[in-house]
Ligand binder design. Structure first.
Ligand SMILES: *[C@@H]1O[C@H](CO)[C@@H](O)[C@H](O)[C@H]1NC(C)=O
Ligand SMILES: *[C@@H]1O[C@H](CO)[C@@H](O)[C@H](O)[C@H]1NC(C)=O
Ligand SMILES: *[C@@H]1O[C@H](CO)[C@@H](O)[C@H](O)[C@H]1NC(C)=O
Ligand SMILES: *[C@@H]1O[C@H](CO)[C@@H](O)[C@H](O)[C@H]1NC(C)=O
Ligand SMILES: *[C@@H]1O[C@H](CO)[C@@H](O)[C@H](O)[C@H]1NC(C)=O
Ligand SMILES: *[C@@H]1O[C@H](CO)[C@@H](O)[C@H](O)[C@H]1NC(C)=O
Ligand SMILES: *[C@@H]1O[C@H](CO)[C@@H](O)[C@H](O)[C@H]1NC(C)=O
Ligand SMILES: *[C@@H]1O[C@H](CO)[C@@H](O)[C@H](O)[C@H]1NC(C)=O
Ligand SMILES: *[C@@H]1O[C@H](CO)[C@@H](O)[C@H](O)[C@H]1NC(C)=O
Length: 844
């Protein structure tokens, strides 16, 4: 800190002495104070003539009285008009021209809050660089003009890049106790070029401005426009513009300097009818004046998942000043209009998302982002600082990433995540990806373009490629202006084995090749057996998608033939030798005169439908004429180890099993023999189980005739079970277990059906007796009936006992009692006396 301030002090000392020397030199060579003033006794400074000239007259100022001053009014007219004849509108390099502008001269009286100055460069060929310096005069802290550029109250020096600049000075920003009487406005020709300019000023109660053409605006409305065309209803005495919709604040608390102060910002309310999941909001020909803001408010609802906002400059002809990106700012914020300062926006374009065209800005955000909220959002578009440009805005809301690119269905999970189920042929998070199908030997050449991933699908692998010695190579080369030596990142060629939904990615690939140098071919070698399963996709990856990349991509297959066809033939890309005339054999090593063949040599014919190759043998007849036996295969080989020759036939089969298999079902486990038919047909597991290796599972029993099948025995024959869903007044219903006697796989042998009246046994409660029951012929079991109030003499327990005894009598029902004893009485409602009687009297 100390060091640097010392440094500044030394520097200014040098500067001052330099100025002093120049002043000395001037004094020695010309008249004192350029003949426009005098020096007071003992002062080194000039007192110049008429430093506050009346409107329309000249005066002088500056240390040497070398700065001309012209008296002009802040009425919004070009101040050079009054002094043009004296050349005040044309300045040579480093020349100054000042204007003295008394505040009393404005047309709005003295109650003003804003001073607005416009400096336009009028020189041809955009030459000249006028700088504006302003200094207030009068009042208690008045200073004097100087050709040194420090000490001024305000300045505007950006005009080299702007043909027209407007400087706004707010009185309250200058000083709380403003008592100045006017302002000097000075123009300096900076740089090497001569300069022509115009200069306008106005003082006003509310914020004022000038159009490029010099028309005065108040609260962003033409000064003399009829009230209906004005953006404000009133200019309040504190300097606030009372803006009319749509120029008013959309919410009370807005960030400062977005244009709600001077009605230059516009807000449009987008309704649910204009923007929904079904319909994007698109607005064309939106005009934006330099630095102005346009805001758009819209609702985000719980149904929405993603919002995508695009702004593109409308290009009008080849050399439209607004073409290209960078002419707008784009921001989005929840709850209030966004500003460009940090913290005043939630989202702005992610430079990773480059639009298809250079003139596009895009914001994408979705429910996975921390700043996501449902409610009112605002989009702000901020104009370029020099040009009025038109743009097209589009806002889309989607329920899934990018609406699944209209190539898939949106799946919404219970936890709120949304995923796309892409239609066939499309993949990627938003189904935007598509793989171009490659063909062997057909190069794909892509012109320079901005992209991140381009996807391709490798060609199919034919059976011939698997049986022969064939290599597959994927080759790529690239060129790009963006990948200089400095660039650490390089394009990559990626291969991934996956399924129809998978895409190669830098984080997920099977093979990768980095393309180090431009215009150099890199390749990945594969053998077909690697490729025979799954879907193989290739991707060209551009790590710096802002740089356009051109590339070539080719897949080739290369055959490797036996003995390289012995030099007597050419090797096809499927690794088959095509022999020259008079040569034959698999490797063209056999010389066969006159088209005939040498005995014993063989010639292959591919038979894809039989999954094999037929080998024809050269046979000779008695007179020595040799030829391949075209209709006969001396041997037949199958296309891969997956296939086996079917006996001695000319066909190959695929076996379904290689060994016996264990079968597990709900009812049994068993061994099924792998059966291979004598004719050589494909082996397959036997249809039925091997009886010697067969076991029924728990709860199942094997068929009594020894068949390898199981049945369920069901309930104990003659036992009673609670009759579900049946109620008997004053008693309990039991279903009788009856058996069909027929062992079946699909139905238990014995069942207790409570639906049939004829199979329900009724036990009556204490004090009730069974009436109307019928006896099952041949068994003595009484079924059906109802319970009636018992007479005094007969004890109910005895009744039940008798009834049960009757069951007991029927030989088939012996076990019923056991069941009743075990499952029912032990823990149930029937009284202990009955239990006692039963156990005593029946001997159980
Ligand atoms: C500026 O104008 C003067 C004459 O007014 C001329 O002599 C000079 O060459 C011009 N300079 C440039 C850089 O054009
Ligand atoms: C999103 O896709 C659905 C159906 O695919 C379509 O009806 C809807 O209009 C699309 N939404 C937008 C904003 O394009
Ligand atoms: C810009 O939009 C305005 C209307 O908003 C239209 O009058 C003007 O012609 C447009 N300019 C261009 C260059 O498209
Ligand atoms: C939400 O559910 C989906 C599928 O049900 C699951 O794949 C995903 O991981 C879950 N996400 C979170 C954040 O729990
Ligand atoms: C693509 O291949 C063509 C023809 O071989 C060649 O002229 C071109 O330079 C290649 N382009 C790239 C980007 O490698
Ligand atoms: C990589 O791709 C494979 C094949 O599609 C897929 O199964 C796997 O989940 C992917 N892995 C990652 C980390 O994305
Ligand atoms: C690569 O080739 C292209 C076209 O053939 C050429 O324009 C480019 O300059 C070359 N790049 C390098 C680095 O040699
Ligand atoms: C195979 O033979 C061909 C011509 O018959 C020749 O061009 C090629 O270089 C040979 N390849 C090898 C590996 O010898
Ligand atoms: C093939 O053999 C025939 C008969 O001997 C002969 O006429 C012909 O020139 C030979 N062809 C070549 C290419 O050697």
């Amino acid at each position: 800190m100390q060091n640097s301030s010392k440094h500044v002090a030394v520097k200014s000392l040098i500067c001052y002495s330099l100025v002093f020397c120049i002043v000395c030199a001037g004094q020695n060579s010309g008249p004192i104070c350029n003949g426009r003033g005098y020096k007071k006794e003992g002062s080194s400074k000039c007192t110049c003539e008429n430093p506050l000239p009346q409107i329309g007259t000249f005066g002088y100022s500056g240390p040497d009285c070398n700065m001309r001053i012209f008296g002009a009014a802040a009425d919004g007219n070009d101040m050079t008009q009054g002094c043009k004849s004296s050349g005040c509108d044309t300045l040579h390099p480093d020349e100054w021209m000042c204007y003295s502008v008394p505040f009393a001269s404005n047309s709005h009286g003295t109650a003003w809050n804003y001073l607005t100055v416009q400096l336009n460069r009028l020189s041809e060929d955009e030459a000249g660089d006028p700088d504006l310096y302003g200094m207030f005069y009068g009042g208690t802290d008045a200073k004097e003009l100087d050709t040194a550029t420090f000490g001024y109250d305000f300045r505007e020096t950006s005009s080299s890049s702007h043909e027209s600049v407007v400087k706004k000075v707010k009185k309250s920003d200058i000083s709380a106790t403003f008592d100045h009487q006017g302002v000097y406005l000075c123009v300096k020709a900076y740089g090497e070029a001569n300069l022509t300019y115009s200069l306008r000023a106005t003082v006003s109660q509310c914020s004022a401005d000038f159009t490029r053409a010099g028309e005065q605006l108040l609260c962003s409305s033409p000064l003399h426009a009829p009230a209906s065309e004005q953006r404000y209803s009133q200019c309040l005495s504190d300097g606030t513009c009372a803006c009319k919709p749509p120029y008013n604040k959309p919410v009370e608390d807005v960030y400062p300097l977005l244009g709600f102060e001077d009605c230059s910002a516009k807000t449009e309310d987008i309704t649910a009818a204009q923007l929904s999941l079904k319909k994007p909001y698109i607005k064309e020909h939106e005009e934006l004046t330099p630095k102005a803001w346009s805001f758009y408010g819209f609702e985000v609802t719980p149904d929405d998942y993603q919002v995508v906002i695009d702004v593109s400059t409308e290009v009008n002809g080849e050399d439209d000043a607004c073409a290209g990106d960078g002419y707008f700012g784009l921001f989005a914020k929840f709850g209030k209009p966004p500003g460009w300062r940090y913290g005043e926006w939630d989202f702005r374009p992610d430079w990773d998302y480059f639009g298809a065209e250079d003139n596009e800005l895009e914001i994408r955000f979705d429910a996975t982002k921390e700043a996501w909220q449902t409610g009112r959002w605002f989009v702000g578009v901020n104009g370029d600082d020099a040009h009025t440009c038109n743009y097209t805005l589009s806002i889309s809301k989607y329920n899934c990433p990018m609406n699944c690119s209209n190539r898939g269905n949106c799946i919404s999970a219970a936890n709120g995540t949304r995923t796309c189920d892409c239609f066939k042929g499309f993949f990627g998070e938003d189904c935007s990806n598509e793989a171009e199908h490659l063909q062997y030997g057909v190069p794909v050449t892509k012109a320079a373009a901005s992209f991140e991933y381009d996807f391709f699908q490798l060609p199919e692998i034919s059976p011939a490629m698997l049986t022969h010695s064939v290599e597959v190579r994927v080759r790529a080369s690239f060129s790009s202006d963006g990948y200089g030596e400095w660039a650490a990142a390089r394009p990559e060629l990626l291969l991934l084995k996956g399924d129809l939904h998978s895409e190669p990615h830098t984080a997920n690939y099977t093979f990768k090749q980095v393309l180090q140098q431009q215009n150099t071919t890199y390749e990945i070698d594969l053998c077909p057996s690697q490729l025979k399963q799954g879907v193989w996709r290739a991707a060209m990856y551009n790590p710096m998608r802002m740089y356009k990349l051109a590339y070539n991509l080719t897949t080739v297959k290369e055959g490797r033939c036996l003995n390289n066809c012995t030099g007597h033939g050419t090797c096809s890309d499927d690794a088959v030798c095509h022999c020259l005339d008079n040569w034959t054999g698999g490797d063209c090593s056999v010389y066969a005169r006159g088209g005939s063949c040498s005995p014993g040599s063989r010639k292959p014919t591919l038979m894809p439908e039989a999954h094999g190759t037929c080998w024809h043998e050269c046979r000779c007849d008695a007179s020595g004429n040799c030829a391949y036996s075209e209709n006969e295969c001396a041997d037949f080989t199958c296309e891969s180890a997956l296939w086996r020759r079917k006996g001695t036939t000319n066909a190959c089969v695929q076996d379904k099993c290689k060994q016996d298999v264990w079968e597990e079902t709900d009812s049994h486990s068993c061994l099924k023999r792998c059966e291979c038919p004598a004719d050589g047909s494909a082996c397959a597991p036997a249809k039925t189980c091997d009886a010697a290796h067969f076991a029924c599972k728990a709860g199942w029993r094997r068929f009594s005739d020894g068949q390898a099948k199981c049945f369920q025995p069901g309930c104990q024959a003659g036992s009673l079970q609670e009759a579900v869903g049946r109620s008997v007044a004053n008693g309990q219903a039991y279903a009788l277990c009856t058996c069909t006697g027929e062992e079946r796989e699909d139905k238990p042998l014995c069942t207790a059906e409570s639906t049939a009246e004829a199979a329900v046994v009724v036990a009556c409660s204490e004090g009730y007796v069974l009436q109307g029951a019928s006896t099952v012929p041949g068994s003595g079991v009484r079924v059906g009936g109802s319970c009636a109030k018992a007479g005094r003499t007969r004890h109910v327990a005895a009744t039940v006992f008798l009834h049960i005894f009757e069951i007991l009598l029927s030989g088939t029902a012996g076990a019923a009692l056991l069941w009743l004893y075990e499952n029912r009485f032990r823990r149930s409602t029937v009284n202990a006396a009955l239990y006692h009687e039963l156990s005593m009297d029946t001997g159980f």
